[in-house]
Design a protein around this ligand. Structure first.
Ligand code: SF4
Length: 62
């Protein structure tokens, strides 16, 4: 079972780091803001890397 993972879009600055680091999980939406499209697309440690490196800390485990 995958944990709930989401991007706080009103905080995202569209830097692209998460999308580059884990493209299996994150993508840009039509407004160029990051979103989670497959929370089970990568290992949790890999996702955690994106959570930890987001410059505005707007990726959260629900
Ligand atoms: S790393 Fe954070 S600020 Fe950058 S695109 Fe992803 S969610 Fe947005």
């Amino acid at each position: 079972m995958s944990r709930n993972l989401y991007v706080e879009k009103d905080v995202c600055i569209s830097c692209g780091l998460c999308v580059e680091t884990v493209p299996e999980v994150f993508r840009f939406d039509d407004d160029n803001l990051a979103e989670v499209y497959d929370p089970a697309g990568a290992a949790e440690e890999k996702i955690q890397e994106a959570v930890d490196t987001c410059p505005v800390s707007c990726i959260h485990w629900g």
